[in-house]
Ligand binder design. Structure first.
Ligand code: GSH
Length: 241
C-alpha cells in the first residue's frame, strides 16, 4: 500500500493521476496546507521542505522498511520505475522523459505558481504590476514551449503517453484563469483535449480528501495563527545538538 500525503492542488494531482493510471492501491492522507499540517514534526520527517505531496511506500522493491519520497518529480519517477510503466528503460527514451519531468518542476510549476500568487495579492500590499507582468509572460512563454513541442509529437516525450504528460497536465487545467487563449496554442489544445478524456486521469484530478472544514467555522484567533504560519515563511531553527 502507498500512502499519498495529499491536498487537491496541481502538484498533488500529478501523483493521483499516475497512481490511477497504474491501478496501484493507495491511501490518501490529507495534508491541509491552509491549516499548517505541513509543519508538523512527523510530516517534516518525510517532507523536510514543508510542502506536499509526499508518499510512503509500505512495500518497497528492496523489501526493506517503508520508503518515503518527497518532491512530485521524484515521486513520479519512483512510481513509474516501481511499476515499470510510463518511463522507458532505453537510455534515449528515458532521458527524453526525465528532462521534461525536470522542465516541469523547474519551470511550469514554479512560474505558474508565482503567477497565481501575484494575481491574488491583496491591494494593501501595493502595486504588483511588475511581478504580474513578469509571471503572466512566463506563463505564456511556457504554453508556447509545450505547443511547439507538441507540433510534431503526439505526447510530450514522443509517441507514448508518459509521466512527462501526467506531470504537466494538472497545471494546464487552469488555462482559462491563467489568461490563456487556446486558439493561440492549437497543438497544446489537441494534447490537452485528448488527455482530458482519459478516465484514469479524470479520477486522479478528482481525488478528494473528504469533507473539508467550513471556513466560517475557523475562529479569528485561529485565522491569525494560520496567517502568521503560512505567510512570510522563514528558516526554521536547526534542532539543538
Ligand atoms: N516542487 C514541489 C512543490 C510542492 C508545493 O509547492 N506544494 C504546495 C502546494 S501545491 C505546498 O505544499 N504548499 C505549502 C506551503 O506553502 O506551506 C513539488 O513539486 O512537490
Amino acid at each position: 500500500m502507498i500512502d499519498v500525503h495529499y491536498w487537491p492542488t496541481p502538484n498533488g494531482k500529478k501523483v493521483t493521476i499516475l497512481l490511477e493510471e497504474l491501478g496501484l492501491p493507495y491511501r490518501i492522507v490529507p495534508v491541509n496546507i491552509g491549516r499548517g499540517d505541513q509543519f508538523t514534526d512527523d510530516y517534516l520527517k518525510i517532507s523536510p521542505n514543508n510542502r506536499m505531496p509526499a508518499i510512503v511506500d509500505h512495500e518497497p522493491a528492496d523489501g526493506g522498511p517503508p520508503l518515503s519520497v518527497f518532491e512530485s518529480g521524484a515521486i513520479m519517477l519512483y512510481l513509474a520505475e516501481k511499476a515499470g510503466r510510463f518511463l522507458p528503460t532505453d537510455v534515449r527514451g528515458k532521458y527524453e522523459v526525465i528532462q521534461w519531468v525536470i522542465w516541469q518542476m523547474a519551470n511550469q510549476g514554479p512560474k505558474f505558481g508565482e503567477r497565481g500568487h501575484f494575481s491574488r495579492v491583496a491591494p494593501e500590499h501595493g502595486d504588483q504590476s511588475y511581478a504580474q507582468r513578469r509571471f503572466n509572460d512566463e506563463t505564456h512563454r511556457i504554453y508556447g514551449v509545450l505547443n511547439n513541442r507538441l507540433y510534431d509529437r503526439r505526447y510530450i516525450a514522443g509517441d507514448d503517453y508518459t509521466i512527462a504528460d501526467m506531470i504537466s497536465y494538472p497545471w494546464t487545467a487552469g488555462w482559462k484563469a491563467q489568461g490563456i487563449d487556446l486558439g493561440e496554442f492549437k497543438y497544446f489544445k489537441r494534447w490537452f483535449e485528448e488527455l482530458s478524456e482519459r478516465p484514469a486521469l479524470k479520477r486522479g484530478m478528482e481525488a478528494s480528501v473528504g469533507e473539508v472544514e467550513d471556513p466560517a467555522s475557523v475562529s479569528p484567533e485561529e485565522q491569525e495563527r494560520r496567517r502568521k504560519l503560512l505567510y512570510n515563511q522563514r528558516a526554521r531553527p536547526a534542532p539543538v545538538a
